[in-house]
Design a protein around this ligand. Structure first.
Ligand code: IPE
Ligand code: IPE
Ligand code: MG
Length: 260
């Protein structure tokens, strides 16, 4: 009944966003509503990760960027951090064969050095096993924050200037972009946040300059393919103007028209 053709019947499959980024929020509330432990909410959230990754791959999305653990999340109670780290390692070990089968390539974004050694090994093994894959690029953000990333980029550029490899006048948007963990990745077209909060929480601040934002009250463990299609539908109903006028955008869409 809910096969991909039925689910996507209202979508323009030629205009699926190339890059979707998701702030996966609401696991704790999902658990609390059921009198369960927060860690059980995170475990349930993994099912959503698997489902949305698979569906994104089937839809032909090229980049899916998931905010799994922020720099600020290190401030959570140690027991929750430990449970999350354990879950991350376990999930990557368990899911790697399926990711390979589905031609999904893993990229790791963030201060991975801060993660426990065993989890880093699991992540690295997953990354290596999928290195040859050419389908969906799955960017997993762990111990990631945008301010960390931008601070890092500033430091790397300053080092280049100090070594005499770069002059300050040559610092451009492109040279900053080149020092980000998303250097080779196009900016997100669509940024989704589940869980009802309408904030960015230090995620991809540079890269989301022109992303379409979509906030939904659906908690991450409940975010199913239908909810994802709704976000894509909303995206397809918007006009991305990038500072231009609506008329200009329409003219650009139609090669026979000229821009005023
Ligand atoms: C998102 O769910 C997962 C992580 C931040 C790791 P939360 O754990 O933030 O869930 P809520 O916001 O408390 O419901
Ligand atoms: C954002 O969720 C981080 C991730 C989803 C990994 P949080 O739950 O940590 O965000 P805040 O604290 O409510 O802003
Ligand atoms: Mg939260």
């Amino acid at each position: 009944m809910n096969d991909i053709a039925t689910l996507t019947k209202d979508l323009d499959l030629a205009r699926i966003p190339a890059h979707v980024a998701i702030i996966m929020d609401g696991n704790g509330r999902w658990a609390r509503q059921r009198a369960m432990m927060r860690s059980e909410g995170h475990a349930e959230g993994v099912n959503s990760v698997n489902r949305i990754t698979r569906f994104s791959s089937d839809l032909g999305i090229k980049y899916l960027t998931l905010y799994a653990f922020s720099t600020e999340n290190w401030k959570r109670p140690q027991a929750e951090v430990d449970a999350l780290m354990h879950l991350i390692g376990w999930t990557i070990r368990k899911e790697t064969p399926d990711l390979v089968k589905n031609n999904v390539k893993i990229h790791l974004l963030g201060e991975i050095e801060r993660l426990p050694e065993s989890v880093r090994q699991d992540l690295e093994a997953g990354r290596e096993a999928t290195e040859h894959c050419t389908g969906l690029n799955l960017n997993i953000c762990l111990s990631y924050s945008s301010r960390w990333e931008l601070t890092n980029a500033a430091r790397k550029l300053a080092e280049k200037v100090k070594r005499g490899e770069l002059s300050p006048e040559d610092i451009t948007e492109e040279s900053i972009q080149a020092e980000l963990s998303t250097a080779d990745i196009p900016d997100p077209d669509l940024l989704i946040r589940t869980g009802g909060e309408e904030r960015i929480s230090n995620f991809l601040l540079w890269q989301c300059a022109y992303s379409e934002l979509y906030f939904t009250p659906v908690l991450w463990p409940d975010f199913d393919n239908e909810a994802f299609v709704e976000a894509l539908r909303s995206f397809q109903n918007r006009e991305r103007r990038f500072g231009m006028t609506s008329d200009q955008v329409k003219a650009n869409d139609n090669p026979h028209n000229t821009i005023d």
